[in-house]
Design a binder for this molecule. Sequence first.
Ligand SMILES: Nc1ncnc2c1ncn2[C@@H]1O[C@H](COP(=O)(O)OP(=O)(O)OP(=O)(O)O)[C@@H](O)[C@H]1O
Length: 204
Amino acid sequence: MLLLENVSKSYQKNQVINNLTYRFDEDRYCITGPNGSGKTTLLMLAAGLEMVSSGRIILDGAPVYSALAKRRLGISSDKILLPDFLTPQQLLEFHCAQHHRRFPEDLIEMLDFAGQLTTRVSALSLGNLKKISLMLALVHEPEYLLLDEPTTGLDHQSRDWFLDYLDNYPGRIIVTSHEESFTANEYYLRVLLSELNQYGGRVA
Ligand SMILES: Nc1ncnc2c1ncn2[C@@H]1O[C@H](COP(=O)(O)OP(=O)(O)OP(=O)(O)O)[C@@H](O)[C@H]1O
């Protein structure tokens, strides 16, 4: 379970998350809300990639900043910049070694990515950047998948495969998206972030 307790996040004077208390204990969530309402920020906080201004975030009993929590989650967001000078092959090899996983030939095949493995990140198209970002989130099959607008930029075939993959994913998923495949999907509990922020969550 992912638990946010009295979490606030400000960038300078801009308060983005406002004393939010919320328990994510369902298998599938879709976080929606207007542009700039803090959806990406919430995922970054939940992954321990951004520090809270106040409050705390706990994943299955461990602070999200701990190594234990980090092993349990995978995150994909266009906001996370990948090193320009590396290739997807190098990134995946490094990530697999860290997580003691085999190189993900299956993901690469399903996303039709083999031809991009040795292209430097700086030269990848937006759609292919999305694919490597998703693979890095998926490759260790984490218990918690945090996906920020995961289908944006994917071609039809990859998108269809990916949605199907998520349908069968055994772990928990928190996605931000404006897309009907998520917002109108009965398996995803829809959370309107601006409302949560307004009322401070308080459903835990
Ligand atoms: N690193 C940062 N420094 C300063 N302000 C930031 C930073 N990251 C986000 N913000 C601000 O925080 C607010 C929320 O941004 P965030 O990206 O979380 O929104 P969002 O709901 O994901 O938006 P969108 O739907 O457009 O992707 C915005 O006002 C944004 O300008």
